[in-house]
Design a protein around this ligand. Structure first.
Ligand code: CP
Length: 309
């Protein structure tokens, strides 16, 4: 087991062995969850604070359940109900959470780099639950965990990520993680949302959905992230759906065993048809369930290492 970090800020800096450590531990925790057993590796007596400055359902709830499943105490703070609304800075908020005895802070923030900033500001483990369009490491780890359950080794597998790549932290974290594990990653979508620049990071870039679908061992759909876009990147949502949405006709191009992923929230009838989201090849809800075990592993590894003040 290789793990010496106190914070998980992204997948870009991780070594392959560190990713393997998280995934192996997640597998162990998944067995405990299935048997409804308290794992002997736990966080009894530790305080985990969830600081969510952007909306979340899956990530916040899964981190909360993960912490409780490890017998930690967990406190969740939403930005609207915190003193941030009264002008307190993020730095002061974090220092106060430290003073209240947090053993780890899970943070979601609209600004890329906020988790890194906090990790340099306070001697408390920081776990990135999504920062702007930068990284969403726990999401990519649960995606990879689910992909490995379904496909086995990812070495040489073709993973297609279709949609709004430009504004997606999920796409970036998956690219880093999947490439490290030997997968071929293809980003697909309109050229305005999938610029050729992503090739410099190691992704294949395509604007041809049909051709990309034929080669895919797995396809991940991403929603359009309107909240991060100040201008429109395509003529209309209807046109986007017509050209890039995964509908029944287009899904016929996929290999029979190709699996379908989506980090959620899904916009039914936009990037994915309801019939595809609910089809037998869809693992969307399995991703959500796996998110608990994966986040247990992340919390356990980060909150258990003593850090120097
Ligand atoms: N995938 C994801 O981050 O979902 P939430 O925004 O609901 O946490």
């Amino acid at each position: 087991m290789i793990w010496n970090r106190t914070s998980l800020l992204g997948l870009e800096p991780l070594e392959v062995q560190e990713i393997e450590t998280i995934l192996e531990l997640a597998k162990e925790f998944k067995l405990h969850l299935q048997k409804k057993e308290l794992p002997s590796k736990n966080l009894k007596g530790k305080r985990i604070v969830n600081l969510f400055m952007e909306p979340s359902t899956r990530t916040r709830v899964a981190f909360e359940i993960a912490a409780k499943s490890l017998s930690a105490d967990v406190i969740s703070i939403a930005s609207q109900s915190s003193s941030l609304t009264k002008g307190e800075t993020l730095k002061d908020t974090a220092k106060n959470i430290q003073a209240l005895g947090a053993d780890a802070i899970v943070i979601r923030h609209s600004s890329a780099g906020s988790p890194l900033f906090l990790s340099k500001t306070i001697p408390v483990p920081i776990i990135n639950a999504g920062d702007g369009a930068h990284e969403h490491p726990s999401q990519a780890l649960l995606d990879i965990f689910t992909l490995r359950e379904k496909l086995g080794t990812l070495s040489g597998k073709n993973i297609v990520i279709l949609g709004d790549i430009l504004f997606s932290r999920v796409a970036r974290s998956n690219l880093w993680g999947l490439k490290k594990l030997g997968a071929n990653v293809t980003f697909v979508g309109p050229s305005t949302l999938v610029p050729r620049d992503f090739e410099k990071l190691g992704a294949n870039v395509s604007h041809n959905v049909n051709e990309s679908l034929k080669k895919a061992d797995a396809i991940m759909l991403l929603r359009i992230q309107h909240e991060r876009q100040s201008t429109s990147h395509f003529p209309s949502l209807e046109e986007y759906t017509k050209v890039f949405g995964l509908n029944m006709d287009r899904a016929k191009l996929l290999k029979p065993n190709a699996i379908i992923l989506h980090p959620g929230p899904i916009n039914r009838g936009v990037e994915i048809d309801s019939s595809i989201a609910d089809s037998k090849n869809s693992v969307i809800l399995q991703q959500v369930t796996n998110g608990i075990a994966v986040r247990m592993a992340i919390l356990y590894l980060c909150a258990n290492i003593p850090i120097k003040p």
